[in-house]
Design a protein around this ligand. Sequence first.
Ligand code: FNR
Length: 367
Amino acid sequence: MAPPYVCVTDFEEEAHQILDKKIVDYYRSGAGEEVSLNLNRQAFRRLRIRPRCLRDVSRLDTTCEVLGYKLKWPVGIAPSAMQKMAHNDGEVGNATAAGEMGSIFILSTLSTIPIEEVALKTPDTCKWFQLYVYKDRSLTESLVRRVEKANFKALVLTIDSPVFGQRWTDARNKFSLPTHLELANFQSSASDMRTTSEDGMSAVHEYVSNQFDATLTWKDVEWLVKLTHLPVVAKGVLTAEDAVLAREFGCAGVIVSNHGARHLDSIPASIEALPEVVKAVGNDITVMFDGGIRQGNDIFKALALGAKMVFVGRAALWGLACGGTAGVKEMMRVLKRDLEITMALAGCQTLNDIQRRNVVHECEYAK
Ligand code: FNR
């Protein structure tokens, strides 16, 4: 963990030096022309913070409660596939760091360390499990039972991926899981992500077409809610309409997310979609957020627009690449310090002090 890291970009630049190019491309890239990927950052830049002065910010409180769990700060780690490609600590590294920082880790279905091992090695971390629904429903159900047994605290159902989008770099790279790694939650053909297709798609794309159930509807959300005693969170909501359906079909929360802009290009930035979701269901279920978070003021803006907490995807992968568990923890420390400085300078002592009126769109200043 060499350079002084003052912001997430420093971790990213270092990770680009450390990792194989195909892996950097897989982690970094977005779908199509990457319009939405760029928007995820640009849209944050178009929001302005309205700071308040003389409000005694000598002692700051970043704690919060989400789905019944007390967190030291409102930033968790989003599910991302195949974390051992970043560092051998893999998912255990990210989960350990999230726990030590007093927040939540979401384990991807497509992890390179099995559910049970992550649970055993990170007993003190509040863990949620991200679920993809397989065509083989018995396989899906067995995943649910395993995470219940392993003491995970919520199921995060990714609803934006009936098929996967096209990431051109991965297709050009013929990206597939390196041979020394495996999709560790499976033994059958579901563990195989090495076959690239004849029509030039990446192995990830081929895997998803073969294994994931594209017939899913809201009825299946109802099925899942009945199947488990865990709260179900719908991840990938970008509209008020779907947020209302998530509430109606029994979800305890939603994550407003465009999947790191990796699937459908030309969709809004997650932060652009957040206000309509908050307006539709924010008083009834827990609204959370991911997409494009790289600095403290991004976190502040998402909270001001009504998210209860946010998650980071790529930032954690870059931290992991730079130093395993210690790298992720350092990345989170940098982000937390940045959030605290933002809160102090904006005149907010607690997260409750961060209000809707603290953030406006830049066009308000152009009038
Ligand atoms: C993801 N994401 C994701 N989401 C999910 O539900 N299941 C998964 O397995 C993955 N895998 C995955 C791999 C990689 C490499 C990335 C970058 C992302 C999406 C992820 O949970 C989250 O929505 C975004 O990463 C958030 O955007 P940022 O923080 O990366 O900008």
